[in-house]
Design a protein around this ligand. Sequence first.
Ligand SMILES: Cc1cc2nc3c(=O)[nH]c(=O)nc-3n(C[C@H](O)[C@H](O)[C@H](O)COP(=O)(O)OP(=O)(O)OC[C@H]3O[C@@H](n4cnc5c(N)ncnc54)[C@H](O)[C@@H]3O)c2cc1C
Length: 408
Amino acid sequence: MIIVVGGGAAGMVAAWRSALKGHRVTLLEANQKLGVKLRISGGGKCNITHDGPVEAVLAAFSREQARFLKASFHRFTNADVLDLLHREGVETQVRDNGRVFPLDRPGSAAAVVAAFEALVRKAGVQVSTGTRVMGLEGRAPRMEALRLQDGTLLRADAFILATGGASYPETGTWGEVAGWLKKLGVPTLPWTPALAPIPLKAPHPSWEGVAFRDGTLRLLEGEGGRRIGAFPGDILFTKNGISGPGALELSSRVEAARLKGRAWLAYDFTGLSAAEADAGLRREQIENPHLSARNWLQRWVPERVAESLWGAERLGDLRLKALPKNVRSRLVDWVTAFPLGLPGAVPLERGEVAAGGVARSAVDPHTMRVHSWENLLVCGELLDVDGPVGGYNLQAAFSTGFVAGESA
Ligand SMILES: Cc1cc2nc3c(=O)[nH]c(=O)nc-3n(C[C@H](O)[C@H](O)[C@H](O)COP(=O)(O)OP(=O)(O)OC[C@H]3O[C@@H](n4cnc5c(N)ncnc54)[C@H](O)[C@@H]3O)c2cc1C
């Protein structure tokens, strides 16, 4: 008998695969329903996976993570995931950016959950929802039992832990299982935020909803300091900071730098150095002397933001021909390194994933078995794996879940 804990993306695939191998399988899920996080993924549309050859999908992860995921991604590929869903009646589409979604219909993420749930039930898995595991009983090399809320001990031949990360705790993922594993001697890393919005120490609530587009978010060691990170992508102002692809992708590095006391954020609209942007503006002064400086700024900076800068700096109706040197350098700064300033603490609970969890070095990537344990396997976001936005994290959950299910 095999027990799978966690009825999310990884756990459902692990339970299904393990049951197909002929095992008696019980799937325990704390929520009343399976796949709660999957249901809200991709804004309710579920970016299932990413299109393309397996090696290209792997290349989106850090080199160390890709090395760990390689065996499982080849064992259960992005094409395999889609084949399975197609056979369950979920039609999918590939967007121009390679992201794969169900066909655009209301409740499309729910259709993905329903397909996995149908597979699990058809395979004969015994599903127990509303069942939160409260502890693990065992000592290496054998896990003996799981403890439930009422104190009951559930014994099994093997245990697959697929309890996810530590973000969006309202979806059931509190991250506590990593702590229990640590106490049992399994190497783990602390949970840290990833793919999360970034609060700013000096936010701009009046710019809420404004997007900076087609530029690069830069992480500097301090104001005017060395560049220590960058992500090309749009950002979106929120009430207390920034969100959008650029912010999400850079959030884990921002938090790491912030904890070291050296993080400063700026947005580069141009991709030019300050000297190049300055030279361009000087050329424009000659070629287009009557252009208003505010209109020049609005070529890069959204109107609402440009207007508020202009008002705050009391710059009036300046034409390019009459631009004082200090205003010219201010304009160049705004388009090449728009100051967003100091970040606040990036919230773990708002990340699309959580970095940290069971150390990759503690797990055999070909089986998902925890080293030194005969009957303990882990998969999905509980592992220290966090990919970028684009369907990569679900693919990691499906592939590692498949391998765990096959190996238990
Ligand atoms: C808002 C949002 C949008 C996202 N969008 C996408 C997307 O479009 N594409 C993509 O690739 N990734 C997306 N992700 C990330 C992706 O959803 C996760 O990486 C993925 O769901 C992880 O799968 P998992 O099975 O490991 O964990 P989960 O899906 O989180 O499942 C873990 C399950 O374990 C259960 N559990 C936890 N502890 C216990 C316990 N003690 N006892 C019993 N049950 C327990 C939880 O209730 C939960 O249901 C998104 C994440 C969020 C938060």
